[in-house]
Design a protein around this ligand. Sequence first.
Ligand SMILES: Nc1nc2c(ncn2[C@@H]2O[C@H](COP(=O)(O)OP(=O)(O)OP(=O)(O)O)[C@@H](O)[C@H]2O)c(=O)[nH]1
Ligand SMILES: [Mg+2]
Length: 339
Amino acid sequence: MEQRKAAPTLHTALDIVKSSLEKGTDLRSLASAGSSNAGKILSGQHSELSKGIFQLIVLGEFKNGKSTLLNSFLGQKILPAKQAPATAVITRIFHGSPDKGVTVYYADGKHKTLGLAEFQSEFMLDIADHGSHAEDRFRDILYADIPVDLDLCRDGVILVDSPGLAENPVRTKATQDFFKFSTGAILVLDATQPLSIEEVRWAKDLFSNFGPEGVFVVVNKINLVDDDEVDEIKRLFHSRLSEISNETLGREQENRIYFVDARTALQSRTSRSEDLFRASGVYDLLNDLSVFLSSSGRERIALKRLQAASNDFLNEHERLVNDWKAAASSSLEDLKARK
Ligand SMILES: Nc1nc2c(ncn2[C@@H]2O[C@H](COP(=O)(O)OP(=O)(O)OP(=O)(O)O)[C@@H](O)[C@H]2O)c(=O)[nH]1
Ligand SMILES: [Mg+2]
């Protein structure tokens, strides 16, 4: 994977975090023994950002078209996508040789490499997997890695396809956990559906974690809206999202809402129709993403994420030290009773 050198401010922040982590080794092992995993998240963020990696996660409710959108970036159907819920595991795409195949990483530290066709058929949800009570047969998998030949991913950018939110609690949790290691997000909504309660919660979370600058909102399936209603739908999403971000969206953020037709975008790329691709809305999104990913905005968000992870880590230590202080001043009987 190609690597990007961190900008000076980010570089300094990374050095500070590194030395704090080294000095705090003992506390860190105590923290990791506790219920929170702030230390793990901070180390993970630190390691990725020092390598110049910027991880952009694509999130949204199932069937909103996340995988189709990414496939349209790629110009071919690489990620599993279909009418019924499809994405089974977190899938990272990054710049590399497609000949290397897909690598699947397991929670027990093992991994296996397989061909793309094999991955698409083996790691896709089917009818037996649907519904919130179905057992998650993919729960032992951390994520899958697919090297691709995509310009957008040069310079350390990793795009992450995630299982649809609210489709299955185990898969939703996996996406939620992975999101903490990400630096930016693309939230995919459906133009034919009002925002659900869950989507509102997610949008709030994303805006507060990444700031409006780090969130690209994609309102997909705009082709399914009647022509005479498109303007009204656009106004509706703009006003709802501005309510959620708790401020009137400034011009820059307003421009960060994209109304697209990902399916036509994918078709137009496979049939090589430039006009259709431009009209799908994905062309503008891709251009803006590529400008953002080579701008200083990328470093600003990385720094913001590192600060947030450091704060969580420090708060966790403070709680831990307070617990130890309380334990040290308790009587043996009290401690036994609490245990
Ligand atoms: N009409 C229309 N259909 C779309 C569009 N984008 C995606 N679809 C279709 O919607 C269905 C779901 O698309 P996916 O890309 O699998 O959706 P997803 O969000 O990845 O779904 P999960 O992986 O289950 O979370 C597929 O049949 C797509 O062809 C669009 O812009 N317009
Ligand atoms: Mg999908």
